[in-house]
Every structure is written in C-alpha cells, then in structure tokens.
Design a protein around this ligand. Structure first.
Ligand code: PEP
Length: 243
C-alpha cells in the first residue's frame, strides 16, 4: 500500500477546499492500493474530511505544548479532535522560516503520539549541505529527534531534500533511494516505518520515482493543489516495476 500526502501549505480558501473535495472523488474513482492524505490549513480540516473515508486528513504542524496560553498555536490533541489521523512534523519550511530545531521536533513527535496521531516526519539536506558531502550527517542529526520515540509506533518519514522542494528539480530515484536507505538503516529497529519522497513530484516524474523500491509514496506540494494532477500522482504511486 503506498501513501500519498497533499501538503497544501498556506494555499486554498474555504471555497477552494470545497471545490477540491467536490471534484476529487471522481478523479480517484476505482482507485485502490494507496492511502491518500490531505493536509489543508488548520481552519479547513473539518471541511476537508471525507465522510466516505476515501482519504484522511493531516495537520501541517502541531504545537510542542499539550495545551495552555500559547496564542496562535494548535495542539496535537486539537488536530485529533478535528479528525486528523496524521501530522507533518519538521517540514523544511518550519525548520527554515520558524526556527524549529531537532529538540522541539522531538517534543512535537511526543505530543503527536499522546494524541494518537501518526507523525509524518520530514528530513532533508540543503544544496549546500549536499555539495559539502554532509547529507548523511544531516539526516542522522535530524533523525535523532526520534530517538525517544516508541520503536513499535507507526511512523512515516518523508525524505524531502530542501533543494527539491518547490524548485522543479526533483531528486533522481538514485539520490532518493540512497538517502532513504540511510534513513532505513538509521531506523532499522522500528517495526512500523513507511518511507516516502517529497520534492517537486509531478504526475510525470511520479511514474519513474515510484519504481525506486524505497519510495513507498509521496509528499506533494504544488502538484497536489489540482485534484486531477494529484489524482494522477495517487494512481501512479500504486505502480511498481516487476520484481
Ligand atoms: C512539500 O511541500 O513538502 C513539497 C514537496 O512541495 P513541492 O511538491 O511543491 O516541491
């Protein structure tokens, strides 16, 4: 079963979310073998839920605190009560623009667990780090935020090289496969791990990226905004090269 997650970031107003959810079912009619997740902005979590459970919803972030006087924050418990099954933790835009560091991300994973949410933990190196030969070191450091997490708890790790996000330059299947192999080695004690790739995924490149065996699905930004292109990615994520 593959897993494909739409990260809508700070896009889509209420009518746009409604429009997507009205058109999407037709686009995915008859599709099986893929778990689909939509991550809209917080105000639209309820509107994005599917009464027929053809997809789940995720928060794009959660607070590192369980509750309290933290104006503007949204807790993992609130996400769960709004119907979320997943939450993104450590997206590179959170790390980069909001200064979220490994220790805080570890707390967020803990909060997600307490609320019964599955974390979609995002890791990836910058171009500068890759060019300096630091990719493995960066991934290891980012994954250290999971050191205190329960080994048997379900976990999704998204390898998202920062240089591939929103740039139109996806990683090659070899680059993604190498990084995901590193991630799997680092997390080899985990019993319920799914590994997905994110970074300029399109309907076109999804077709060959999915043939890399470590890529079990996608985290999709830009190409998830349109129901038709996102549905094509969902369909192509179920295709596998013959063993
Ligand atoms: C993302 O937001 O996680 C992402 C991968 O974006 P894009 O698909 O636009 O590169």
């Amino acid at each position: 079963m593959s897993l494909v997650v739409a990260n809508w970031k700070m896009h889509k107003t209420a009518p746009e979310v409604e429009e997507f959810c009205r058109r999407f079912p037709e686009e995915i009619a008859g599709l099986s073998g893929v778990d689909i997740v939509l991550a809209p902005a917080f105000p639209f979590l309820s509107a994005a839920r599917d009464p027929e459970a053809r997809w789940s919803v995720a928060g794009q972030n959660c607070s590192a605190e369980p509750s309290g006087a933290f104006t503007g924050e949204v807790s993992a418990g609130m996400l769960a009560s709004a119907g979320c099954a997943y939450v993104l933790v450590g997206h590179s835009e959170r790390r980069r623009y909001f200064g979220e560091e490994d220790v805080v991300l570890g707390f967020k994973v803990e909060r997600a667990r307490q609320a019964g949410l599955v974390p979609i933990f995002c890791v990836g190196e910058t171009l500068h780090e890759r060019d300096a030969g630091l990719t493995d070191e960066v991934l290891d450091r980012q994954l250290s935020a999971l050191d205190e997490d329960l080994l048997e708890a379900p976990l999704v790790v998204a390898y998202e090289p920062v240089w591939a996000i929103g740039t139109g330059h996806n990683a090659t299947p070899e680059q993604a496969g190498e990084a995901l192999a590193r991630i799997c080695r680092r997390l080899s004690k985990r019993s319920d791990l799914r590994t997905i790739y994110g970074g300029s995924v399109t309907p076109e490149n999804a077709e060959f990226l999915i043939e890399q065996r470590r890529i079990e699905g996608f985290l999709v930004g830009g190409s998830s905004l349109d129901p038709q292109s996102f549905a094509v990615i969902c369909r192509r994520s179920t295709r596998r090269a013959p063993a």
